[in-house]
Design a protein around this ligand. Structure first.
Ligand SMILES: Nc1ncnc2c1ncn2[C@@H]1O[C@H](COP(=O)(O)OP(=O)(O)OP(=O)(O)O)[C@@H](O)[C@H]1O
Length: 731
């Protein structure tokens, strides 16, 4: 379905929007929508692609699987012949040549016919022969089924085990880690070669002048070392490969959890939260080569120790004692180290929060001449972090020093004890040298692990923080099934709605009830803090009411998929944000594919064309970070155009045109008046002039509805009683 926005007459402008405003032109997405319908749980295109990083506005194979999974289905892409597909597994999405796709709904093997639905043809179900289909089929098919849902009864009896977000992701690379383990076993076996080579040279070659044997041994050792080098390179490559794979999955998972988090659980501080997410770096570092190598090598140290025991006999006690000493020191410093790192992490979060807040409020800081105050806070925070990080550095450095000392101690003790054994004739010269070398090898992974404890503690702290993030409730959780509504009529009802912000005293909305019919134009007025914006937030489903219900077309908003709901409500928030990019990007963000006619139409109504027309780059004019290159009024126009771009049946405008000059406001108002004729409008405003757009007024005070009725009647009664709310509406 395509959208065209036609300008019917010149003055006043009349705009007619045909269609939904967005054409997705995505065969895979269309097929998935059809499959969800066939499986009895229809999901809208909007809900399926919600939050996915579409490639040129389309699903690709991995995104198809993610789209299915996030809406309660599971999908697998399998290479298969057409005749191998069982009729029992339909519906199946077949990938066709030239990037097309179709849904295979039934197979009649006897008559060699198949029943398909090809969305782009718009023909509905049709029968084709196997030969025809084979000709088009590209060889891969998506097999989709509904995920089994446990209900509350199951929860009582059965604990549903799901994989941990972090360990489960690492576990996905178990095959790679298995190979790494195998390579490590060989590498550690090869570690024996060097001491044995030296031992044999000292004990056999030198006393007997056996030059031939020397060369044989040397060539053998070289071959083994070459193999060892290749294996070591491969091992690091595989560990990095597994780390990279996990890193991509984990980063994407964390970000999607953050995006999907309920507003009630959103973090109090953006800066501190951003810091938590950045701390993922320390986890990434921890799962890369050096750590994993040290961990994997540790069990093999015991093997080397056994070989050493075989050669050096009682000398084994020396490295064993050394290992025990290193382990003991490592354990002793764990607690103080963990404490310093936890404190550093907390303080860094606070410092980052301050930095982000200061940078975003730089103009206000300058205007209030508060630079000195913030400088003071900053220096205090930096000083605090420096103290803790100096402590953690000292502890880390002490590990290195202690480990080095133990290693030297072990060498000296081995040589002293070895000389006694040689004098007693229980050990050869070569045996002693080999024992020293092997002891060194045994201690290396121990030393590495001890020095990794800082990194481990950082990763542990980051994992704890991220665990909290990942465990936050999601707006769309797997257990919850939504009703999918492509298009709402625009009927809205609040019944006894009360709401209190988390961790706040007092209700922001208190027993609010009203009903709005489709096409009605309603103004919400009231003093600052009376609850107007909160009411908008509940309408958008950003927060859920504690009691009562918000209904759209008679359906509780909690049942409607949030993405469907928001697609149907064109929203201009009081503080709508713009993002780095062009004016065009900012208007179309979230809308998918938009035809130029629709874009121009929305930009015209919202007054964007009035200023981009004079810019050499037009709609491609860059807006800067957070829209910093635009004026306040221009930013509001772009945000208004964004609200109109999908031609939604409901418009929710919070303080539109507040930052526009009178002429611009007049022009936008006149164009909006034409545009909203068939829409349901809910508008929060303090501006009397904007009330021209509405026929009915709802007045809020301290979270309660104190008046509701036709505009003139409410204004008159407010003027008569002269409550503060009436004075708020400036004419
Ligand atoms: N995110 C929030 N967290 C906690 N409390 C909030 C939050 N937003 C608003 N409040 C509180 O809820 C109450 C209603 O605020 P709301 O923003 O809905 O008022 P408003 O009528 O839109 O005001 P204004 O006209 O100034 O925009 C206020 O007391 C405010 O302090």
């Amino acid at each position: 379905m395509s959208l065209t926005m036609q300008r019917v007459s010149e003055k006043p402008h009349t705009y007619r929007l045909n269609g939904r405003g967005v054409e997705h032109l995505d065969p895979l997405l269309d097929c998935l929508v059809i499959v969800t319908r066939l499986l009895g749980h229809p999901v809208s295109t909007e809900a399926l692609k919600q939050g996915l990083p579409l490639q040129q506005n389309r699903l690709n194979a991995p995104l198809f699987i993610r789209a299915a999974e996030q809406t309660g289905f599971s999908a697998r892409l399998i290479k298969t012949q057409l005749h191998e597909i069982s009729p029992l597994v339909t519906p199946v999405v077949l990938l066709l040549k030239d990037g097309r796709a179709c849904v295979l709904t039934a197979i009649d093997r006897g008559r060699k016919k198949a029943r398909i639905i090809q969305p782009e043809s718009g023909e509905g179900t049709r029968d084709v022969t196997f030969v025809q289909l084979e000709h088009e089929y590209a060889g891969h098919a998506f097999f989709i089924r509904e995920q089994y849902r446990y209900d509350e009864r199951a929860e009582a009896n059965l604990e549903v085990r799901s994989r941990h977000w972090f360990w489960g992701t690492l576990f996905r690379s178990w095959r790679i880690y298995r190979d790494v383990l195998l390579a490590s076993a060989l590498i550690n076996l090869f570690a024996v070669v060097s001491p044995l080579f030296v031992m044999n040279v000292y004990d056999r070659v030198v006393p007997n002048n056996a030059i031939d044997t020397l060369w044989v041994l040397a060539i053998g050792a070289l071959v083994v070392f070459s193999f060892d080098t290749v294996l070591k390179l491969l091992r690091s490559h595989f560990i990095d490969l597994a780390g990279k794979k996990s890193d991509i999955i984990l980063s994407s998972r964390i970000f999607s959890r953050v995006m999907g988090m309920t507003m009630a659980n959103r973090p109090q501080s953006v800066g501190a939260f951003a810091r938590k997410l950045q701390d993922f770096e320390s986890i990434r570092e921890f799962i890369t080569s050096s750590t994993v190598t040290a961990l994997v090598d540790l069990p093999f140290a015991l093997l080397l120790l056994m070989v050493m025991g075989f050669i050096g006999g009682p000398l084994i006690v020396v490295p064993l004692t050394g290992m025990a000493l290193i382990a003991l020191y490592g354990l002793i410093i764990q607690r103080p180290l963990a404490k310093t790192i936890d404190n550093t992490v907390r303080a860094s979060g606070q410092k980052n929060a301050m930095l982000i807040e200061s940078l975003s409020g730089l103009e206000s800081i300058r205007a209030a001449r508060a630079e000195g105050e913030l400088q003071g806070r900053w220096e205090k925070s930096v000083g605090h972090i420096a103290r803790w990080s100096a402590r953690s550095k000292l502890l880390t450095a002490s590990t290195g020093v202690v480990v080095g000392f133990v290693q030297q101690l072990v060498t000296v003790a081995l040589i002293v004890a070895g000389v006694y054994l040689i004098m007693k004739g229980e050990l050869s010269m070569g045996g002693l040298i080999a024992s020293v070398m092997l002891a060194g090898r045994c201690l290396t992974p121990m030393a590495q692990i001890a020095s990794l404890s800082t990194r481990y503690n950082q990763a542990r702290a980051a994992l704890t923080e991220l665990n909290n993030v990942v465990q936050q409730p999601l707006e769309k959780c797997e257990e919850k099934q939504f009703v999918h509504r492509e298009r709402l009529q625009g009927q809205i009802a609040f019944t006894h709605v009360s709401f209190q912000y988390p961790k706040q005293q007092g209700k922001a909305l208190d027993d609010v009830s009203f009903s709005i019919s489709p096409g009605e134009k309603v103004g919400i007025i009231g003093r600052s803090g009376s609850g107007k914006t909160t009411l908008n937030r509940l309408l958008l489903g950003l927060y859920q009411s504690a009691s009562g219900a918000v209904r759209f077309d008679g359906l509780d908003s909690r049942q409607i998929d949030p993405s469907d709901l928001r697609r149907n409500i064109g929203t201009l928030l009081q503080d709508s944000s713009l993002f780095y990019g062009s004016v065009r990007d900012n208007i179309t963000m979230g809308a998918g594919f938009v035809e130029d006619a629709a874009l121009l139409g929305a930009a015209e109504i919202a007054g964007v064309m009035d200023f981009v027309r004079h810019h050499p780059e037009g709609l491609d004019m860059p807006v800067g970070e957070r829209g910093a290159n635009l004026s306040g009024g221009q930013r509001q126009c772009v945000a208004l155009a964004r609200a109109l771009i999908t031609d939604p049946p409901i418009l929710l405008l919070d303080e539109p045109c507040t930052t526009l000059d009178n002429t611009s406001e007049y022009l936008v108002r006149q164009r909006l008046k034409q545009y909203i004729q068939s829409k349901t409008l809910i508008m929060v405003t303090h501006k009397g002039t904007m009330l021209e757009l509405v026929d009915r007024l709802i007045v809020l005070d301290h979270g309660k509805v104190i008046a509701d009725g036709p505009k003139q009647q409410v204004l008159q009664s407010l003027a008569a009683s002269v409550p503060p709310a009436a004075q708020e509406v400036r004419s």
